[in-house]
Design a protein. Sequence first.
Length: 164
Amino acid sequence: MGLGAVLAGVITCFTALLKYSISATIHAPLLVAIGHSLNYVVSFLLMQAGGFLLASKMPAATAATLVDAMEDSEKDHMASLQAISQTQTLVTIGNLIGAIVASLAVDRIWNAIAGHPFLDPEEAEHGIHMLFPLHSLTIPFAIVTGVFLWLSPLRLDGRRTISR
């Protein structure tokens, strides 16, 4: 599991590099959106094919496991919650290790070949600035995503499609 998380972090590094490259070379908004979409699709398909684990995708899988555990009165609910938390922590740390090490390696190689870092200081600062939720559209996007996730198991008549 740890190696799969590290490899997912490596893939994430290359996904981010390709995202910057797409944004820097394509200026038509529709083509940028298509490029980013394809970039993420290929990234997630590679992770799926390799059996790698990405921390941001874990809650969807672990939620079902937790619900099943909570419905079984003979299961130790705290042990299930502890196991899920430990798994999420391990995958998060593995993703970070893979992404950081791969990013440093790519930047060193790029710098040796091209004579400059992959991102200039202004681009790097812009990337960091976009990580702050109050300075970007992160919060509105998270709200919309949460609403869609909440609505996803509902049918048009308001009943849940998932029965247990």
